[in-house]
Design a protein around this ligand. Sequence first.
Ligand SMILES: [Fe+2]
Length: 295
Amino acid sequence: MATQDLDESSITDAVLARMRRAKSARFKKVIGSLVRHLHDFAREVELTEAEWEYGIDFLTRTGQKCDDKRQEFILLSDTLGLSTLLTQMNHRSKGGETEQTVWGPFHRVKTPKFPLGANISEKVRGAPCFVNITIRDAKGKPVKGAIVDVWHSDDDGFYDVQHKAWNGAMRMRGIFNPDDEGRVWFRTILPTAYPVPTDGPVGELLKASARHPMRPAHMHFLVEAPGYDRLVTHVFNAGDEYLDSDAVFGVRKSLVRTYEKHKAGVAPDGTRMRKDFYTLEYDFVLRPVRRSKAR
Ligand SMILES: [Fe+2]
C-alpha cells in the first residue's frame, strides 16, 4: 500500500498494513484494534492539536506521578471503569464463588506475615474491629495451603503509604495462613470511606467530570491457593453512603456486609474491650482453576 499523500481516512489502513509482518497474531489483533479505535476516536471528536498536546501532557504527568508507592495509571484505569470492565470479563461468575473486584492502587508487596489472631493495626488510632473469615471451595470444604493478604485504610481514610511521617512502615495490612478449617481471624481497626488521591492528573480528571473521589469503606482481600483462581476482592461496609457511587466502580452487592457494632465487653478473641468494637465475618469461596489453564 502506497504511504504517500495519506488523508484522514486512509492513514488508518496504512498504519495497520505497516504492522503486517508482526510475528504475534495476538499483538496484531490488540495493537491493530487500538490503532483503529484511536483513529476513530480522533475522527469522531475532531481532536484539536491543543487537545492532543493536553492529552500527551496528561499521560506524561500520570507516569511521572507513579513510584513504588503510588500508581496513578491504575487509578486512572479504575476511575475510567476499565479495571472493572476487565475484572468482569476475566472472571465471569459461574455462581457460588466470591466475586472479584478491582485491585485498587494501594496493595504492597513484601507485606509482613502475621500469626492468626494478631493485631495488624498496633498503635493505630481507630475503632477496634475483629475479623473472622473462612476460605472454602464451592462444596464448603476448607481450601488447603491458602494465603490471605489483607489491606485497608485507617480511621481518617488513609493507607499507610499516604502517611509521610510513617516512613514507609506497613500498617493495616498483613498476610495470614488459614488453619485446617480454612479460618483466618485477626484484629484491626474499622476502615472508613476515603477519597482516591486527587493531587495528581486523575484528580484533575474527576474535577473536570464533576465527580466526587470517594470510595465506600472496605477491606481488601487477596486470596491465593494452589489449584484455584486468584481472588482479588473487597468486603464493603453495608450502609456506607458511597456504595452507589464508588469512584472506581468496584462495588458488588455480594461483597457488602454489615460490620457489626458491639458495646464494650468481651471481644471474639476473649479480649475484654473497654470501648465499643466491631466484628466482620465473611466466607470466601474460591473457584478451581479451569482445566485448560491447569494443563
Ligand atoms: Fe481501598
